[in-house]
Design a protein around this ligand. Sequence first.
Ligand SMILES: Cc1ncc(COP(=O)(O)O)c(C=O)c1O
Length: 356
Amino acid sequence: MSKYWSKLVSELKPYIPGEQPGNKPGEQQVIKLNTNENPYPPSPAVAEVLRHFDIDQLRQYPDPESRDLIAALAAYYHLDANQVFVGNGSDEVLAHAFQAFFKQDDALLFADISYSFYPVYCGLYQIDYRQVALDQAFQIDFDGYRNANGGIILANPNAPTGIALELAAIRQLLADNPESVVLIDEAYVDFGADSACQLIPEFPNLLVVQTFSKSRNLAGIRLGFALGQSELIEGLQRVKNSFNSYPVDSLTNAIGLAALADESYFQQCCQRIIASRESLGRELESLGFEVYPSSSNFVFVSHPEKAAETLYLELKSAGILVRYFNQARIDNCLRITIGSEGECDALLAALKKILR
Ligand SMILES: Cc1ncc(COP(=O)(O)O)c(C=O)c1O
């Protein structure tokens, strides 16, 4: 608390990201399964970009419109360039969307268990919101979204549960709410859910947000994007151009282009993670865990005999970080990122020891 802070800043409840210990040479190497990063390196095409990048480019500001990257994303998703927006990580894109669309007379609706940044943006932008409870199986209760609202945001697959939605249910939600923006946060969609992107031509109220952090192995460069009809994209541009004209730097721009062009590497990494998720899920079940059905690059689990917090702490002392949420309804669950095959084996070995 400081006397210099505004009332708003004093009252903020900022987002707390997962621990980033940073592995230093000579120290015990931590296995990081707590922030849903990709265990595999970025595409070799990204390494090529870094080897050949002309540093003179860094002297000048980047293209404020990120035209090359936007054109490549538009081609990839079969959209027009005016239907694509890019930003500094999907967190920034989401923040702009909250500011552009969700400060309305009626409350924004989102699930009680979802990405914990959503209420944080509501605090920052003073947006009224109402959380709709997931059902007992952590599935979305669509009846809870049939009321008047100032917008709807759903993560698909949801975080931290990993549970995906049917496209038909999203279509119905869009049709039922023509006056509100419905934002589908698809940070994990490439690991097994259907993208709502194909509904964009039909629904002017749909905004899809995705990221290079997870399925494109690039959390370190901070690159996210939104897809939607031009009216919504223009709304985002108005916020961006009132905040920071150059959110995507020249290097990120070149890296993003290279990663997007390497479709086979992207598919290969996603398939490898999906295969590990399925086998890790089976192994965890054989250790007595309840494993929720995941379409993402993590699993959400609980154990009937061992408290999640204890498991989290014991794994941490064994050098393995997973995510524990001290939050009602999910305080006996752990979210575990799918690591490399070796990391999954190390996790299972540590759990076997703890549960013995
Ligand atoms: C559901 C969801 N949306 C968005 C993000 C933000 O991703 P980034 O800002 O790295 O693009 C995350 C990150 O973990 C997430 O879990």
